[in-house]
Structures are given as C-alpha cells and as structure tokens.
Design a protein around this ligand. Structure first.
Ligand SMILES: *[C@@H]1O[C@H](CO)[C@@H](O)[C@H](O)[C@H]1NC(C)=O
Ligand SMILES: *[C@@H]1O[C@H](CO)[C@@H](O)[C@H](O)[C@H]1NC(C)=O
Ligand SMILES: *[C@@H]1O[C@H](CO)[C@@H](O)[C@H](O)[C@H]1NC(C)=O
Length: 443
C-alpha cells in the first residue's frame, strides 16, 4: 500500500492509493498468478516485465456547486440510486487497463455498488449508448462488485482485460445505490464531453435514456495501461490551465491541443507514450484560481503518475491576468512564477523526468479582462526566462506564444487562432499548437 501525502494550501489531504492492500499482491504480479491471468507471452516473460502507464487523466478537484450533477441527481445523496455513464479518451493501445476512482475531495465515504466498462456506440465520445458485445463488469479488491472509498482516498479497480487501440473512447458506468451523502464531491468540471445519468441500476444497459446529461466528469482521475517493459512505454503529463483543458475545442470531439498532439504522435509512429492532460480551467500556479494550485498539485499530477517520463509546464496566464496591474504586484508574480517553474523542473529532473516548457500565449484585446500593458510586460519577462532555459533548467521549450500569436501585434492572438475572447484559441489554434510541438522531445 502506497500512501501519498499531498498538501492543498493549508489542508493536508491524504491520498491513499489502495486496492492491493490487505495482503493482495502488488501490481507486479508473481509468475504463477500472471500465468493464471494470461500474462505470459510466448517467450515466457513474467508479469514483472510489465508495468502500469498512465493513459488518460483528468485533474481531480472539489466540484463547485455550479458544476454539480443536474437535479435530481444532486439531492438527498449525490447520484442516489442512479447510474452515471462517462466516456474517456485513452491514449495508449492496451489489452489490460485499470482505473482510479477518486474520493479525494469528498465530504463523506463514496460507496460504489456496481461498475461496468464497454466501448461506446461507434467508438464515439459523449454518447449514452454502448456496444454491449464489449461489456464487462469492473471489480474491486480482487473480485468485489462494489467498493466504499473512504473520504479523502483514491481506489484502484482490479485490472480489467479489455482491449483498446490507441486513441480509443471507453464508456465507464458507475451505479450508486445510496449515493454520496455529502455534497462535497470530486470531479473535473471541464470535460468538454457529455456524461449521462439515469435513475436505477442501468450500468449494463445498451443505452441510458430518460435521465439527464451534463458536460462534466465525476470521480475518475486516471486510467492506466498494463504495458510490457520491453515496449518502452511511458507517460507524458501536461500541467496546464483552460487552454490545455480545451476551452474553445468542440464538445465530444476530443480536439483539445493535447488530443491533436496525440493524433500527430501516433501518426508518426509514437504509439508508446501516453498523453495525459492534467489541466483545469481557471487554474493558477501560485495562489487563488480554480482547483488546487499547480504548486500544491504537481507532485500528485506529474511526479506520482504511473510511468511518467515526460512533463510539460504550460501555465501562468491566470496568475498574471488575475494579479494587480501595479508594477510591484506584477514584478512579484513574474518572479514567483519563474521560481515555481524552476522548482517543478528541478524535481522532475531529479526524478529522471524530461521537462518541456511552453511560453504563455497572448491575451491582449478589447473585452478581455486580463488585457493590460503591465501584465503583457510580465508575460514577456516570464517567456524570456522560459525561452532562455531551453537546454538548461528546462530540457526543451515550445514557443506557443509565437506559434499562435499575431506577428505584428505581439500582445494578441493571431486572428485566425482567436477563439473570440482573445485568450482561448479556437480549434485551428489548437491544431497549430499540436503541429508546433517538437516531437524530438520524445527521443
Ligand atoms: C483472487 O480471486 C481469485 C478468484 O476468486 C482467487 O483464485 C485468488 O486466489 C485471489 N487472489 C488473492 C490474492 O486473494
Ligand atoms: C526499447 O529501448 C531499448 C533501449 O533503448 C531498445 O533497444 C529497444 O529497441 C526499444 N524497444 C522498442 C519496442 O522500441
Ligand atoms: C539566460 O541564461 C543565462 C545562462 O543561464 C543567464 O546567464 C542569463 O541571465 C539568462 N537571461 C535571462 C534573460 O534570463
């Protein structure tokens, strides 16, 4: 049993990864057990020649009241006697996966009564239907149908023999008999993907109809793939804000910039690196913002992810844009952002992880509340440090600011990449970011 202690501001949250506790084997199954589970390959490699690699993530946070499940699924027990079906977009091909289920921010235990996995209808994101020929139960603690996850903890499912190609959507259905009694729950508001909910246990039904839908995810922070060590599989984790979370991308289309980068990587034969989005709308590096700050979450979201070998830091716009416009405030924010990048990069490097930085993209323009000359100065100062640190404190840098910025008005996004609010790119901008990412970072 591994116990991680992560601090979020003043509160210390015990993040307990279990599911293999109580004398169950560690994820490195012994040879006999692995044979039972079909894990031997033709040359007799044992299961300890496999390892878990993060294939999909969504940054877990306390769900704000405006992002709670729609009525009646939030009252008298969240998801009381209800089924929640969510689609997730896995990056790595795999024949065996496992999920994390999170009660990190829950105000009470999280009792899950039953769970299933299937491929969604036509492989699509955000649909309520599943291909029932692929349906499988998800179990916990070596075969239990359900689990009660204590407050503040994260549970693993049992490993699931479930085959997926790269870039595949899966549908995960959770049924809750009693629901979560507290209205403090864990989720990821910016799913850009439709989740479905309905009364009763419909986890194995072909379609979930007659309920409600919402564009948020709940309880699911990670899916991991069981990969042979010989495949050199590893995880790439992107620490970011709403630009990486995909604000301005198309709902149910998986065209956030990391999704488009994943497509480009796999088209170029890089099929062994999981692309993991650890970004959240409104997130700040230093203080304030929505969700835990980057400084309080990077250990959890990057260093502690399974199989992580590559990390990107691409965040800071909400610190600069949310700060006062006097020079003292802006000076302090700029310096503290640089210190934060240094700290994160240093810890990643000493853990053997390669780090790439992304320059902060422009946010000038009429009607954009962050737009301000003093903030633009801070952006330039921070970007100078990022660009100057390539091959030094950072292993590599991608100049997103230049890629989607207006070459003649440097404080603004190029018109063809502006999603409309002068801060978030449109899909063309996200494509340009993916196309501009240096794939040799992974070699
Ligand atoms: C897990 O469950 C299987 C099937 O019930 C059983 O054969 C096996 O011994 C169990 N493993 C452990 C470690 O309890
Ligand atoms: C894995 O890495 C090793 C050492 O760099 C290399 O020899 C091997 O060919 C790689 N395997 C794959 C499947 O890429
Ligand atoms: C760029 O890096 C060099 C070498 O680390 C350093 O001496 C210089 O001060 C840096 N310049 C800026 C603008 O950060």
């Amino acid at each position: 049993m591994m116990v991680y202690t992560t601090s979020f501001g003043l509160a210390t949250v015990l993040l307990c990864i279990f599911g293999w506790a109580n004398g169950l084997p560690s994820p490195n199954l012994d040879a006999a057990h692995s044979e039972l589970l079909g894990l031997r390959d033709s040359v007799g490699a044992a299961a300890n020649d496999y390892h878990w690699v993060a294939s999909w993530t969504s940054m877990p946070q306390l769900v704000e009241s405006s992002n709670m499940p729609p009525s009646p699924f939030s009252s008298g027990g969240v998801f009381k006697d209800a089924t929640l079906r969510q689609t997730l977009y896995l990056s790595l091909p795999a024949d065996r996966i496992r999920l994390q289920i999170s009660n990190t921010f829950g105000g009470s235990d999280l009792p899950i009564t039953a769970a299933t996995i299937a491929l969604p209808t036509s492989g699509k994101a955000g649909v309520s239907g599943i291909d029932t020929t692929t349906l499988k139960p998800i179990t916990f603690k070596n075969g239990s149908e359900g689990i009660t996850i204590p407050r503040g903890q994260v549970a693993y499912t049992d490993p699931i023999d479930f085959s997926v190609p790269g870039q595949a959507n899966i549908a995960v259905s959770l049924y809750f008999k009693t629901g979560q009694s507290s209205s403090s729950i864990t989720g990821h508001p910016g799913s850009r993907t439709t989740s479905w909910m309905v009364s009763g246990n419909k986890a194995s039904e072909a379609s979930i109809t007659g309920g409600k839908d919402t564009k948020h995810w709940y309880f699911l922070p990670a899916v991991e793939a069981w990969k042979p060590t010989s495949s050199n599989s590893s995880a790439f984790t992107i620490l970011g804000d709403s630009i990486t979370d995909g604000r301005g991308s198309t709902d149910d289309a998986n065209n956030r910039w990391p999704d488009l980068l994943l497509a480009r990587m796999q088209k170029n034969g890089i099929n062994h690196i999981g692309v993991n989005n650890q970004a959240a709308g409104g997130n700040a590096v230093l203080s304030g913002g929505l969700g835990p700050t980057l400084l309080s979450r990077y250990k959890r979201d990057a260093l502690q992810q399974q199989g992580v070998k590559y990390v990107m830091i691409f965040e800071g716009v909400n610190d600069i844009g949310g700060g006062g416009t006097d020079s003292e405030s802006q000076n302090g924010i700029g310096n503290r952002l640089i210190d934060a990048y240094k700290q994160i990069a240093k810890e990643c490097k000493s853990a053997g992880i390669k780090v790439i930085g992304g320059t902060i993209t422009p946010f000038g323009g009429n009607g954009q509340s962050y737009s301000n000359p003093a903030r633009e100065q801070t952006r330039n100062k921070v970007n100078q440090w990022i660009l100057n640190s390539s091959g030094g404190q950072l292993d590599a840098v991608v100049d997103f600011g230049k890629i989607i910025g207006d070459p003649s008005v440097k404080s603004q996004l190029a018109k063809q990449f502006d999603g409309g609010d002068h801060l978030h790119p449109n899909v063309a901008g996200y494509q340009a970011m993916a196309d501009g990412f240096p794939l040799d970072f992974f070699s």
